[in-house]
Structures are given as C-alpha cells and as structure tokens.
Design a protein around this ligand. Structure first.
Ligand code: SAH
Length: 184
C-alpha cells in the first residue's frame, strides 16, 4: 500500500548533496518564514541572548534574522555547499575548523562568533558537542527526516533542548494514502 511505501522511503544524504549540487532546492525561501514572525514571541518568551538551534538548517535566512536580533545560532547541515552559500549570500566572513569529536565534520563560524554551522549528519551531534538550546526552529527538518529515523530524531532533539524550552515546528498533517510528495 501507499502507507507502507511512504514509511519505508529513504532519502539518502548523498541524494541531499545532489539536490544542492543541481540547485534543486525549491524548499529554500529567500523571504523569512511568516510563521516565525507570527510565533517569535513564543520562541523568545521575553528572553534575550538565546542559543537557538536550527536542525537540518540548509541556508535558512531566519538564522541571519535571529542572529541580528542578538541571539546565538547553531545549525547542523550535511551539505557543505549549503553552509558556504549561507555565509556568502549574507556577505558574512567565517572561519572553518574540524570538529574533533566527529570524524570528517567541520564547523563553520561567522567571524563575529554568533552563527556556528556544523557540517555533518544531525545524527552525529549530541549535547556534549553542540551544547543545549533555549529554543528550536524546526522548518523543513522533521519533515525531511526519513520516517524510519523519526524516533531517533525526536530523542536527539529532546536531548538538545533545555527543559521547557519552546520548540517551533512547521509540519503537515496529511493522509499518507493520498500524499506521494517529496517530503514526509
Ligand atoms: N531547514 C532548511 C532546509 C530544509 S531542507 C530550510 O528551511 O530551508 C532539509 C535540509 O536537511 C537539506 O538542506 C539537507 O541537505 C539537510 N539534511 C538532510 N539530511 C540531513 C542529515 N541527516 N543531517 C544534516 N542535514 C541533513
């Protein structure tokens, strides 16, 4: 059935890298997401100088937006091309360094220090490496996670947030019998 086939579908990291190479990135939006604007107060809850996490961050422009408001941004993204495009498209100087705890991973950090993007799989990070967060913006992230990895992803996210931190999730509710789209 379609339910079964979608649950078993897997998009590999290699396929994601190819999407970036081919410029097949219809998910990327140049305009900040209207729901982040709408629910910004829920995320911030009157606090300033937060550590905000962007799982599967791509080159989301909202990272720049929140950084400009004085927050520290940490993202994780498997495509190095995406990470480099983020910094170049915002004319942000950055440096890159290896992440000793994760073989092959690199961390790209804006020279000003307030945006740190880890280039590796989300499943390679833990709170001992990236710390804990005061809030999460999950757009295009849970919905891009392979259905077979959802439990693992959820456990990781719970591990990465400080207790009672707001987690903004942009997702879809759908009938998997009727949906055969790109994301989950
Ligand atoms: N959140 C971004 C990007 C959404 S698309 C936005 O709102 O625009 C999903 C992104 O996750 C892609 O850029 C893809 O390269 C990345 N990705 C997919 N699997 C990943 C994984 N296991 N670890 C880290 N990044 C991953």
């Amino acid at each position: 059935s379609d339910v079964g086939s979608q649950k078993e579908r897997v998009v590999t990291e290699e396929e994601w890298l190819q999407k970036w190479e081919m410029g097949n990135i219809g998910f990327h939006k140049e305009q900040g997401h209207p729901l982040l604007q709408k629910y910004l107060d829920v995320l911030l809850n009157g606090r300033s100088g937060l550590r905000i996490f962007f799982p599967l961050c791509g080159k989301a422009v909202e990272m720049k937006w929140l950084a400009d408001m004085g927050h520290s941004i940490v993202g994780v993204e498997v495509s190095e091309q995406a990470v480099k495009e983020f910094f170049s498209e915002h004319s942000l100087p950055y440096c890159e360094e290896p992440v000793p705890e994760i073989s092959g991973a690199k961390m790209f950090q804006s020279t000003s220090g307030n945006i740190s993007l880890y280039c590796c799989s989300i499943y390679d990070v833990s709170s001992s490496i990236v710390g804990k967060f005061d809030g999460v913006w999950d757009r295009g992230a849970l919905v891009a996670v392979n259905p077979c990895d959802r439990q693992r992803y959820a456990s990781l996210m719970i591990n990465l947030v400080e207790k009672n931190s707001p987690y903004l999730l942009v997702t879809v509710s759908y009938d998997p019998n009727k949906h055969k789209g790109e994301n989950f």
